[in-house]
Design a protein around this ligand. Structure first.
Ligand SMILES: Nc1nc2c(ncn2[C@@H]2O[C@H](COP(=O)(O)OP(=O)(O)OP(=O)(O)O)[C@@H](O)[C@H]2O)c(=O)[nH]1
Ligand SMILES: [Mg+2]
Length: 228
């Protein structure tokens, strides 16, 4: 009996137990905050998508501002979801602004890469590239090759699916995404998905946020959230 009591006392006062209870205490009443960055060429629909997420998930449900202007700098908002804060960074996609993207890589928990499905020719990089397919591929490859994005969940959104001249998501998967991943060294360990959306009408936006939400949680051992 004496030995059992002594053992329990030792366990309770051990360093591990103390630090575990301290971290439990310090996280009481706090919520995990994850960050997601919206990337993609200029005019892809990042800001429009961002506006729709705010309209769906901010408590005051603001009307989405769908008359956008090219982003210079960044727009940021924090959505309060039942199980986390989700911070959204919407950055400019113009060529001269893309070098700024890398400053977000180390602290982001997911990347959403938005493609204008009406500006990529027929969606197959093996065909003579018209539109901005090749530019899109190079930019996406560049993001994935950066060591700071290794293992970060990646959601690719085939946007503007409301337009008749859009390339369908299956063709984008086969003709572009698969080819990009063939060259990516971390493809096997990166969680990724391609989803069709229309940021303008809002179709698919909730599903996109749900995907991000589940994946950042799955990946939290590799990229822990910030507790707020
Ligand atoms: N038809 C259609 N148009 C869209 C959609 N999403 C965005 N657009 C239009 O595409 C244009 C560019 O949208 P933005 O959201 O400003 O694009 P962006 O990616 O933020 O552009 P940058 O800030 O320059 O990087 C705007 O005229 C939008 O109305 C969509 O799903 N369907
Ligand atoms: Mg923008």
């Amino acid at each position: 009996m004496y030995h059992l009591a002594k053992g329990l006392y030792r366990l309770a006062t051990s360093k591990e137990a103390t630090s575990l209870s301290l971290s439990l205490f310090s996280n009481l009443g706090r919520r995990a905050e994850y960050s997601v960055i919206l990337l993609g060429l200029d005019n892809a629909g990042k800001t429009t998508f961002h506006e729709q997420t705010k309209s769906l998930f901010l408590p005051e449900r603001p009307d989405p501002k769908l008359k956008t202007v090219p982003t210079v700098g960044q727009n940021v908002s924090t959505l309060t979801l039942p199980d986390m804060y989700l911070k959204i960074w919407d950055v400019g996609g113009q060529l001269s602004l893309r070098k700024l993207w890398q400053s977000y890589y180390a602290s982001c928990h997911a990347i959403v890469f938005i493609i204008d499905s009406t500006d990529i020719g027929d969606g197959n990089i093996e065909h003579d590239g018209s539109g901005r397919l090749d530019e899109c591929r190079l930019v996406l490859e560049d993001v994935l090759q950066n060591s700071e994005t290794e293992g970060v969940p990646l959601l690719i959104l085939a946007n503007k699916q409301d337009r008749e001249d859009c390339v369908e998501v299956v063709r984008i998967k086969e003709g572009l995404v698969k080819k990009v991943f063939e060259g990516e060294k971390a493809a096997s360990i990166r969680d990724s998905r391609v989803l069709p959306v229309s940021a303008l009408t809002g179709t698919g936006v909730r599903e996109a946020v749900d995907w991000v939400r589940s994946r950042v949680k799955w990946n939290k051992e590799s990229r822990p959230p910030v507790m707020r």
